[in-house]
Ligand binder design. Structure first.
Ligand code: PMT
Length: 398
């Protein structure tokens, strides 16, 4: 799997003759499985049509900050948050000047100010404009602010001049962008993580669920993405933002979670089951809201849900399987029996009888139970703990 697969790439195209190469760049990003959205400046639209870029990216092209229709689809702040990486190619002298000056006078500059994703520019302009001290000063400013600059190349230019200012090849831009995406022990590895509770419907307005907030699974997804993995997070109903660089699939019930997990784990290297999946669901789901009757006691018959992690572990070409064990007693003993019964490679056991760890807490304390022994990890914030867990899990891949 390519490091850019499933990553959200925002391509900004400004007004230079090299804009035609942005079509090829869009195609290359799509070719490695990236999700692409294009922002075209007014000057960029003089060189390449939105229709071409829409066809190549598979998404509507964003052109104006104040276009109500575009804003309805995805507002500019949402777009800035959506991006895992912004690449402006070609980046003209004018764009560099406006961006270096902190201006937000069009959609692209506004996005660049509003994002916390890495930003890269592939400059393209006449050689004299590139050498101009004002452009060089803007370049220095942008570099000092952490903006990545790819190129420019040198050679014959469209205007007939020769010298620096040619946009580098789209294949080189793609490779440089891949290097900007998190680089770590899980590079090019595909990780599937389940998180949160499931909801098992009783009738259209009631359900059985549990206190899982999704925090542990979401922190694991974030840590895995930071370690370079391509992460699919299958989330039960929780109100947490999607971690950067993570592809999220929302589900409600255990059966939906299983369906999503089976699809996502086909190509996966690692599967982590952090979700608190309901073991049982109502046998019948009432079509209409159940009315209160005269009876004092009401019975709901439950039927067993599929065991998601055991099902994936039983597949012939299975990923490395990591489960959790949420226990209130006999932590290690019960975790070890889950390791064997569900066919897992590692179980992360947590004591959910304590209020300050486990369910819906910001901290957790776990014992790693593997085939050859146990390793306790002390109480820590779920974010810190997730990083330790991902580091440990990535060693199991070696
Ligand atoms: O979400 P938070 O508020 O941050 O809380 C984190 C957590 C306590 C939910 C998490 O750390 C945790 O322990 N998750 C697993 C909870 C659980 O349901 O454990 P279990 O012992 O019942 O299940 C064992 C393993 O089988 C788990 O990996 C679970 O995801 C999986 N399972 C369980 C039942 C089922 N039908 N299918 C499953 O895949």
């Amino acid at each position: 799997m390519h490091r850019l697969t499933n990553r959200h790439i925002l391509i900004g195209i400004t007004g230079g003759i090299a804009a035609y190469k942005a079509a090829e760049l869009t195609r290359l990003f799509k070719g490695v499985g990236a999700e692409v959205r294009v922002v075209l400046t007014d000057a960029g639209a003089e060189f390449i049509t939105p229709l071409t870029l829409q066809a190549l990216s598979g998404n509507p092209v964003h052109q104006s900050l104040l276009d109500p229709e575009a804003e309805q689809g995805m507002g500019h702040i949402e777009l800035a948050r959506w991006a895992d990486l912004i690449i402006v190619a070609p980046a003209t002298a004018d764009f560099m000047a406006r961006f270096a000056g902190g201006m937000a006078n069009d959609l692209l500059t506004t996005l660049c100010l509003a994002t916390d994703a890495p930003i890269a520019l592939a400059p393209a302009m006449n050689q004299a404009m590139w050498r101009d001290p004002r452009t060089q000063q803007n370049l220095e400013t942008l570099l000092s602010q952490g903006v990545n600059i790819f190129g420019p190349g040198s050679g014959e230019q469209a205007c007939g001049d020769t010298g620096p200012g040619r946009m580098i090849d789209p294949t080189d831009i793609l490779a440089s962008c891949a290097n900007l995406i998190a680089n770590g022990p899980l590079n090019e590895k595909s990780v599937v993580i389940t998180a949160g509770p499931t909801r098992e419907a009783i009738d259209p307005v009631r359900f059985i669920s549990n206190h899982s907030s999704g925090k542990m699974g979401f922190e694991l997804a974030s840590a895995a993405a930071k370690a370079g993995a391509n992460v699919t997070l299958i989330a039960g109903p929780v109100s947490l933002p999607t971690p950067k660089g993570v592809r999220r699939v929302d589900v409600e019930s255990a059966e939906q979670m299983l369906e999503a997990a089976l699809v996502a784990s086909e190509q996966a290297d690692i599967f982590i089951g952090a979700a608190a999946v309901a073991d049982y669901r109502p046998q019948l789901v009432a079509e209409q809201k159940i009315k209160k009757g005269a009876e004092e006691v009401m019975e709901i018959l439950l039927t067993k849900n599929p065991d998601i992690i055991a099902t994936i572990a039983g597949q012939p070409e299975r990923p490395l399987m990591i489960g959790f064990a949420a226990e209130t007693e006999n932590l290690v003993e019960y975790a070890r029996s889950k390791l064997v019964r569900k066919g897992l490679d590692l179980v992360i056991a947590n004591d959910v009888s304590q209020a300050d760890i486990g369910f819906n807490a910001d901290q957790n304390e776990v014992i790693l139970v593997g085939p050859n022994g146990e390793l306790p990890l002390p109480k820590a914030g779920k974010s810190e703990l997730a990083e330790q867990l991902i580091s440990h899990i990535s060693q199991l891949m070696d």
